[in-house]
Design a binder for this molecule. Structure first.
Ligand SMILES: NC(=O)c1ccc[n+]([C@@H]2O[C@H](COP(=O)([O-])OP(=O)(O)OC[C@H]3O[C@@H](n4cnc5c(N)ncnc54)[C@H](O)[C@@H]3O)[C@@H](O)[C@H]2O)c1
Length: 359
């Protein structure tokens, strides 16, 4: 294999990022895309010069020139898609969150293991250049023993209706964006085991729109004493925030992913685009540049393609996605019961996170 042949599932938000990122990976060749609406998939394949378009992803999986398939579809479809991709003998990149139930997570991991294909979990925070550098500093002891890692992702809510429908998504912001924070903590702290989770969450702004949580605070305790503290919000206006802080016995690191890299612009007329989910560009704004690169998407895809081409173990796998799901369930259970959830913890097998919360 000289180049990895790739099939994309989805043609909207994250599929755009997958296509743009993979176009920058020299060892990748995007062969086809699949998405149920003919007009969407044709527009998408035309835009990205992808040779083949399918409205049924199963037909795309029959192609021999596809080695790897990305899943960029709503959460309720991840499990079936990953199992089908594995059964077709293709490697998988699955978007976050892994799925909606622990039963689904186990079926996905088992299907990829049985088919002997790589199951890669797309958590781009592990590839963000600013965070990669922060981890290097931490690993070389620059801030001593880490006792607290904070991560916050906040905006005013997702772009597509299915995110708000908990029957399809499985949960609100703790599932949708807490998953970033939980894998981020695990990665920064060298995959130390979790010992306890405590969370508080609610639907503060979008009660008319969803039964899911739209603002949450979650504390994850790890073996050895370090804690991760996540603040996740679909309620915050003014564009996207993505922040991390690292506290150690000998130092601190502060990282502001978007505003820290941005141009500070004052414009009376406004302009085309400042940052994801910013509602205006008039007046003072933070204008990002190289947003995709700063978010690590091309680096993530390059790594996954390299893993397939050279049979290397991926940095983030389906097992990591499953471990993140356990933390998500513990967070919803903590918020629902008002208790600190201690490990060993067995989440329910067939419930979604929002059902565990009690909504
Ligand atoms: N890593 C990130 O930061 C990030 C950002 C956004 C979304 N995501 C994840 O990516 C996934 C998709 O989210 P999105 O924002 O792209 O949603 P979206 O609503 O923008 O797009 C969903 C896509 O799924 C496709 N789809 C729906 N049913 C399908 C089917 N049966 N077969 C094939 N395709 C189908 C739709 O046609 C559409 O193209 C979600 O799991 C989401 O959590 C990750």
């Amino acid at each position: 294999m000289d180049k990895v042949g790739i099939g994309l599932i989805g043609s909207q938000f994250i599929a755009e990022l997958h296509a743009e990122a993979l176009k920058r990976v020299s060892n990748a060749r995007i062969v086809a895309a699949a998405s149920p609406t003919e007009a969407h998939v044709s527009a998408f394949t035309r835009k990205h010069a992808i040779p083949h378009a399918y409205t049924d992803y199963r037909a795309m999986l029959e192609r021999d020139d596809i080695d790897l398939v990305t899943v960029g579809a709503p959460n309720d479809l991840h499990c079936q898609m990953v199992c089908d991709i594995a059964a077709a003998g293709k490697h998988v990149i699955c978007e976050k969150p892994l799925c909606r139930t622990m039963d689904e997570a186990d079926r996905m991991v088992a299907a990829c293991a049985a088919a002997n294909v790589k199951f890669m979990y797309a958590e781009e925070l592990c590839f963000v250049p600013k965070y990669v550098r922060a981890k290097q500093l931490i690993d070389m002891g620059a801030i001593g023993d880490v006792y607290l890692v904070k991560q916050a992702e906040k905006h005013n809510g997702p772009h597509s209706p299915w995110f708000w429908d908990v029957d399809r998504s499985g949960g609100g912001v703790t599932l949708d964006m807490g998953c970033h924070a939980f894998q981020f903590f695990r990665w920064i702290l060298g995959n130390r085991p979790v010992t306890a989770v405590t969370a508080q969450m609610g639907t503060y702004v979008h009660q008319g729109r969803t039964r899911g949580d739209d603002d949450a605070i979650i504390i994850v305790e790890f073996e050895g004493g370090a804690r991760g503290m996540a603040e996740e919000s679909w309620a915050k206006v003014g564009g996207m925030d993505d922040l991390a802080e690292f506290y150690g016995s000998a130092g601190v690191i502060f990282a502001d992913l978007l505003h820290g890299n941005a141009l500070r612009v004052y414009s009376e007329t406004g302009y085309d685009y400042a940052v994801e989910k910013a509602s205006t560009t008039q007046g003072w704004s933070f204008c990002t540049f190289e947003e995709m690169w700063n978010y690590g998407f091309p680096q993530e895809m390059e790594h996954f393609v390299d893993c397939v081409l050279h049979d290397k173990p991926p940095l983030v796998t389906g097992d990591d996605g499953r471990a993140v799901m356990e933390i998500i369930f513990a967070a919803y259970e903590s918020a629902g019961t008002g208790k600190r959830i201690e490990w060993p913890y067995q989440p329910p097998r067939d419930k979604t996170p929002v059902e565990v919360w009690g909504k």
